[in-house]
Design a binder for this molecule. Structure first.
Ligand SMILES: [Zn+2]
Length: 288
């Protein structure tokens, strides 16, 4: 099964983003993904709206983001400003377990774009109010001409193994019993491999040898790209960083398989949800 948020059905049509007049023409036959304060409009499923509806909602069309084409149909993200509009609005984390893969991917794309725009209303260099350009894929500062582009923050997440065991930890803020892989942001000037080794040592005291890339997953909470790795430990004594992890242990394969078979509702140890790349890494290891 494909990872959540990776089944994008889109042609992003990046070369058309600069054609402002053409994009306005496309809007008349487009589908719009409404977003308000980082939430999606839903009924039983996420609701898409047409151009007619978009216009009646007094949305700011200068803030619309061109997402691309699904087949022949153009799609846009439609940020809604002001007080909470009519309808039921929910966060993607809440609804993603119930969405088909392609819908989840589109909503993640739209949400990531909206999150970025909400954090770049002012120029990072001079503070002036910015203008959305390139079909929503760039902000320009009218005062100093500085331009910014959508951010994607790389996060390395690693399943560390040694013989028949894997290393899992938990943060204090997580739900009771929940354990996952070691993860952290890549820092400026750092390779992915170095980030994997640094995060492992900082959080758990475990030194690792070979690092192997497995897969990636967009994670728009608010702007991450999860980069999944496997790594073999060359030391096994845990020296946990209290500021990062509340607990960290080696778990035998049979135990982890047992947690998975018991499911998320059973008391005791729990694995990451099936929509998370951490779970995919764990499942891959269990299958070996
Ligand atoms: Zn500026």
């Amino acid at each position: 099964m494909a990872l959540t948020f990776t089944e994008t059905p889109f042609d992003r049509a990046a070369l058309q983003r600069g054609e402002a007049i053409q994009l306005r023409v496309l809007m008349s036959g487009a589908r719009f993904v409404p977003l308000w304060e980082g939430l999606h409009l839903v009924d039983d499923a996420p609701r898409l709206v047409t151009w007619d509806h978009a216009q009646t909602q007094a949305h700011d069309l200068a803030e619309v983001v061109f997402l691309g084409f699904a087949g022949q149909t153009p799609w846009f993200a439609l940020p809604v400003k002001g007080a909470q509009p009519e309808g039921m609005w929910k966060g993607l984390r809440e609804i993603m377990p119930f969405l088909p893969g392609d819908e989840a991917a589109v909503l993640a794309y739209a949400l990531a774009m909206a999150n970025w725009r909400r954090n770049h209303l002012h120029c990072g260099r001079c503070g002036a109010v910015t203008t959305l350009t390139e079909g929503g894929h760039s902000v320009a500062c009218p005062a100093c001409t500085h331009r910014s582009f959508p951010r994607t923050d790389p996060v390395v997440i690693t399943l560390i193994t040694h013989e028949d065991k894997c290393l899992l930890g938990r943060q204090a803020a997580w739900p009771p019993g929940f354990y996952s892989c070691v993860a952290g942001f890549v820092e400026p000037g750092e390779t992915l491999e170095a980030a994997v080794k640094r995060e492992s040592f900082e959080e758990t005291g475990i030194s690792i040898g070979d690092v192997r890339y497995v897969a990636s997953q967009p994670w728009p909470f608010p702007a991450s790209l999860m980069l999944g790795f496997r790594a073999g430990a060359v030391s096994t004594e845990i020296s946990r960083n209290d500021l990062e992890l509340e607990d960290c242990r080696w778990f035998a394969k049979d135990d982890v398989r047992g947690f998975r078979e018991r499911g998320d509702d059973a008391p005791g140890f729990k694995l990451p949800g099936r929509w998370a790349i951490a779970r995919s890494l764990i499942d891959g290891w269990l299958a070996e």
